[in-house]
Design a protein around this ligand. Structure first.
Ligand code: BEZ
Ligand code: MG
Length: 371
């Protein structure tokens, strides 16, 4: 299964040690398209088996015995999209029950990380173990997304900490049996502190990480790094379960693959440019989303921006085409390249930066109608 591969991969990279906690992002659409696979993944991490009733509905849960599981129960911190929350209250409740079940199982702490962390949190915050075992979070009812995407799209942020505070304040509402839609920011932060791995499923092969801003908007990778005592960024994985043979890749590999198949792929961008004005806008959108992955996860290699600059700016013919097709969106591309450099996500030559600054000014003048 995807979870076995994920745990094995992490163990290989990590001297045979299992992750203690996995932060999982759940979306409604991927849960629909994969018939609840992401839900099953979370239960599998904890080592809980869903038991269908006579009508095939899953509402009973059983702990898989440790001997059968053959590994520790891995703790989870689940963050659901607002769409997931609207569609799947019962499923959130199911995960919540599974977590509490594991936390209350009388098992050795080194084989049950859910219990290990819940006991520590219960002591720290003066709660019962069951209260401490709160792991299902989302936005407050009626609210959607962390808004990190809006901040990145509009460049209305000073530093990454600001983005992380936004994420924490909007996505720290707990859901499940005893806690419905109540903000539990302290517990959310405490749970993120032990995260060694972040994980999300892709929900379609057509729409991937740089196509829409919602993917980086939901990603907690750098946030976890800033909360962990050792400041270490967790490993990040993305599963593509849209095909029969599910692929598990690191987030960085997935971003790399996505940029190679889109913004850096001549077939893709020439196709976009056939639609003229709108095509340039699509290209600029992909670049902004790529910057989002630098901001929330540090998942973008330097060469990605270098190659984007080579393809769209340093190529004189391409540069002229873009100026004419859509100076506004081209200015956004040029401005974004300057911004990723300014924020420390792209190191490049002074020569490149000078050219970008000049070009930016030229595009401004053109847009303002100054000759
Ligand atoms: C979802 O399916 O949960 C989702 C869809 C669009 C944006 C964000 C989340
Ligand atoms: Mg998805």
């Amino acid at each position: 299964t995807v979870v076995d591969r994920l745990l094995e991969r992490q163990r290989l990279d990590n001297n045979g040690v299992y992750p203690e906690t996995i932060a999982v992002v759940l979306w409604g659409t991927d849960n629909i398209k994969t018939y609840g696979e992401s839900l099953a993944q979370v239960l599998c991490m904890i080592g809980v088996k869903p038991m269908p009733d006579a009508l095939g509905r899953v509402n009973r849960l059983e702990l898989i015995p440790l001997e059968e599981l053959g590994r520790p129960r891995v703790d989870v911190v689940v963050n659901c999209s607002g769409v997931f929350r609207d569609l799947f209250v019962n499923q959130m409740d199911l995960i919540d029950r599974a977590v509490r079940m594991a936390a209350e199982a009388d098992e050795p702490l080194e084989m049950n990380f859910v219990r290990k962390h819940a006991i520590a949190q219960a002591e720290e915050f003066g709660l019962t173990i069951s209260q401490a075992a709160t792991r299902v979070f989302s936005n407050s009812s009626g609210s959607y997304s962390s808004n990190v995407n809006l901040a990145v799209e509009n460049s209305t942020w000073e530093n990454e900490e600001e983005l992380q505070q936004m994420y924490l304040s909007r996505k720290s509402f707990a859901f499940g049996g005893n806690v419905s839609n109540t903000q539990q920011r302290q517990l959310y932060e405490a749970s993120l502190k032990t995260v060694d791995m972040t994980f999300q499923n892709l929900d379609s092969s057509e729409i991937s990480l740089t196509d829409v801003s919602h993917y980086f908007d939901s990603d907690p990778t750098k946030l976890v790094g800033s909360l962990r005592k050792d400041g270490k960024k967790p490993a990040s994985f993305i599963a593509d379960t849209t095909t029969a043979n599910a692929q598990v890749r690191t987030l960085t590999e997935t971003v790399r693959l996505d940029t190679r198949t889109k913004i850096l792929n001549p077939k893709w961008y020439e196709g976009m440019l056939k639609s003229g004005y709108e095509g340039v806008r699509e290209i600029s959108k992909r670049l902004v989303n790529t910057m989002g992955w630098s901001a929330t996860a540090g998942a973008v290699d330097n060469w990605v921006y270098e190659d984007v600059n080579d393809v769209y700016v340093n190529d004189k013919e391409m540069c002229d085409r873009l100026k004419n097709l859509n100076p506004n969106s081209f200015r956004k591309i040029v401005g974004t390249l300057l911004e990723v450099n300014g924020r420390g996500y792209w190191e490049t030559s002074e020569e490149n930066l000078d050219r970008l600054r000049e070009l930016y000014q030229e595009l401004e003048d053109r847009i303002e109608g100054v000759e």
